[in-house]
Design a protein around this ligand. Sequence first.
Ligand code: FES
Length: 237
Amino acid sequence: MPNPQLTINSRSVSFAPGQTILEVARENGIDIPTLCYLKDCTPTGACRMCMVEVKGARSLLAACATPAAEGMDIQTESPKVIGSRKLNLELLLASGEHNCIVCEANGACQLQALAYKYGVETVRFEGRTTNYPIEDNNPLIVRDFSKCILCGRCVQACNEVQVNKAIGYGYRGAKSKIVTSGDRPYNQSDCVFCGQCVQVCPTGALTEKKAKGMGRAWEMQKVRTTCPYCGVGCQIW
Ligand code: FES
């Protein structure tokens, strides 16, 4: 039996049952921007960057969390979609201190790259009121909550990829925060410093301390290595 078909940007493509719109698009070389999506993990639909327009749907749909269906007619760059992405980027930028010029992730930040791509140069909204201090009291990781967009990729990397289960969500509403073992600093938690959370962070919220002063992101080369800390021997980039 032939695979079912749908249309993306007027192009007919086939897909395997169970695939999401995002997976079908990427398989066919069609770019849909994402921030919270982490391959092979449960989609959270947290960032809303992957919204697409599906003919007949009452609202835009998150491509990462919407199963592909036979006959869908999808637009990934319609004016409505672009408008939604720009507004969303403004809101994400307003949610913290995204002062790129002094950010450790400058040049390697997915939020910055998307703001540039979609021409978001000004933010019309007030920022949120919480002011959690920077966590810098361990030898490896700097955690700057003001740059966290609550995408949850670090939570997924810790819980679904590494299965350490040290990182989770804490508090509610404007006080929402990514926490470690309840709400303890990294060095007093169940964290084994595997570094997966840092690798998947799309902004400068999590950075490697050792990178400070040793060059900018575009000057460095990443190599595959083995984490020496807990003895499991996880492979990391
Ligand atoms: Fe789909 Fe974040 S990538 S909602």
